[in-house]
Design a binder for this molecule. Structure first.
Ligand code: AMP
Length: 507
């Protein structure tokens, strides 16, 4: 058994009646799960998997933040199988792509149904976890070298890439994660907040740190996040003392005046990852939550959530703007590489390369893309992030991307992924997508479409494409604006000239 599974078992044995997981849906509606229910349910599901499955292929777990999703994650791990969380917001075409890439033997419907002959229905899942057999051998659970979870991220070809994280990668991340800020669980029982869906690796931070520390996870479902009144109410009843989110989400909350110490009296620590943390956000948090710690962390899904951290004190905010993303965690290493692959000295900017035990073993069934991004040096795994940055005073400074990947409202998007999917739509011959920035921050996407036939009304044609795109792309990847052109301006090397496209909008 991996160290973190041992720890989860210990907590469940010591405090079976304590609540581990709670979801507040608003208007008095909520659901919760105790530590005892989590462990028993997971053991029963693992027994069922042992008896009924022929292979150890990772299991797809489909749902949206239902407590039974967590039972299914742990159940899969106990049965020696990795899992792949798929949120219901992932459009059908992409779910099919994930299933085709993964070839799972089982799709667990964790609170939501997914129609497939491989599916274990929600009803059956409840039956198994509520009263099934409990005869598992713990030796069968995943070990350090096994794939523990697979998270799919945007891929430039238009098909998502499955990042495979092993038990050792996760153990490694958790041990370091427990030391963030002044350390987790030092003063009182940690109550974490969950913002990200489980199909994004940011959720690994709140889920596994709350599991490992024997704490509680207060979960914000999509419905609540989309309604400020409900959101503030949910935060009020959460008792949360550790915040985990993208900076964008904190900015949304900060736009509400009630977001402060009186709403979250216990809040001690804000942990951020996934996109640039503006100094202004840190300052506002210090102001509204006096005495709290704000920690910036950095890392791609491919290196297990995050690999650098810095405590953003008022002094750090006075010294740096933009803020550094921090220093590398023990046991990992950062390199800055130039265009010829040479290591660059301190202060020079180049591609950020991460080396160490928390680097993934590669993308699922994508050998070419794995070979492009991952490598091994003296037995140590490395990952070329595609991020640009430099090192100074032992700190890493992030300077954007060297390719066409962007972050929009905290979501990772390959522009070519959007383009390739737009080209699947009716009447689209070519598509080019550019990010639109406001005050230095990407706020939306604009798509330039070369149609087979120029539409009479660009507005109506744009609406139709947007509607059709929902079958292929998640909502956050759908461009806000569609512009129809006779032809695309091209660069000398035959690519869409994004600079010219952006300039054309300003005319
Ligand atoms: P994801 O795999 O979704 O976590 O996205 C990883 C990418 O998000 C990284 O490669 C960076 O481009 C960006 N990112 C992550 N953390 C930070 C941060 N603290 N500041 C700026 N960008 C970040």
């Amino acid at each position: 058994m991996t160290d973190f599974l041992e720890k989860i078992k210990q907590h469940a044995t010591m405090q079976p009646d304590a609540v581990f997981y709670e979801v507040f849906y608003g208007e008095g509606e909520s659901v919760s799960l105790t530590w005892g229910e989590l462990w028993r349910g997971a053991v029963r599901l693992a027994s069922w998997m042992d008896e009924n499955l022929k292979t150890k292929t990772p299991v797809v777990i489909y749902g949206h933040k239902d407590p039974i999703m967590i039972v299914s994650f742990i159940g899969s791990l106990l049965s020696g199988r990795g899992y792949c969380p798929v949120d219901i917001s992932v459009p059908d075409d992409r779910v099919k792509g994930i299933i085709a890439n993964l070839s799972p033997e089982l799709i667990v419907c964790a609170g939501e149904e997914y129609e497939s002959e491989k599916s274990l229905s929600y009803k059956k899942l409840i039956e198994i976890t509520a009263g099934g057999k409990e005869n598992i051998s713990e030796d069968k659970s995943i070990s350090g070298n096994d794939v523990c979870y697979i998270i799919y991220t945007s891929g430039s070809t238009g098909t998502p890439k499955g990042v495979q994280i092993t038990g050792d990668c996760l153990d490694n991340f958790i041990h370091w994660g427990m030391t963030l800020g002044s350390g987790i669980g030092e003063e009182e029982r940690p109550v974490f907040l969950n913002q990200a869906p489980f199909s994004f690796d940011l959720s690994v931070m709140d889920l596994y740190l709350s599991l490992y520390s024997g704490g509680k996870l207060h979960v914000l479902p999509k419905k609540v996040q989309g309604d400020m009144k409900n959101l503030m109410e949910s935060l009020k009843v959460s008792g949360a003392n550790i915040w985990v989110s993208t900076p964008s989400f904190a900015e949304v909350c900060l736009s509400d005046e009630s977001f402060g110490r009186s709403l979250l009296p216990e809040m001690k620590r804000f942990l951020f990852c996934g996109e640039t943390l503006p100094v202004s956000v840190v300052r506002k948090l210090h102001e509204r939550f006096p005495g709290s710690e704000v920690v910036n962390t950095y890392g791609p899904t491919e290196s297990t959530v995050a690999v650098t951290d810095i405590l953003c004190t008022p002094e750090v905010c006075d010294t740096y703007d933009p803020l550094p993303v921090g220093s590398i965690k023990p046991g990992s290493r950062l390199l800055i590489r130039g265009e010829q692959g040479q290591s660059l000295p301190e202060g020079e900017s180049g591609e950020i390369v991460i080396l160490g035990d928390s680097v993934s073993i590669g993308y699922r069934n994508l050998p070419e893309q794995t070979a492009k991004a991952f490598f091994e040096e003296d037995g140590i795994r490395g990952y070329r992030t595609g991020d640009k940055g430099y090192l100074k005073d032992g700190q890493l400074f992030y300077q954007g991307r060297i390719d066409l990947q962007i972050k929009l409202h905290g979501y990772r998007i390959e522009l070519e992924d959007v383009e390739n999917n737009l080209m699947k739509l009716n009447g689209v011959e070519r598509a080019a997508v550019i990010p639109i920035e406001k005050e230095g921050k990407i706020v939306s996407l604009t798509a330039f479409i070369i149609p087979e036939e120029m539409p009479e009304s660009s507005f109506k044609a744009g609406q139709a494409l947007r509607a059709e795109a929902r079958s292929f792309l998640p909502e956050y990847m759908i461009p806000k604006k569609f512009v129809f052109l006779e032809e695309l301006p091209m660069t000398n090397n035959g690519k869409a000239d994004r600079r010219a496209l952006l300039a054309s909008l300003k005319k």
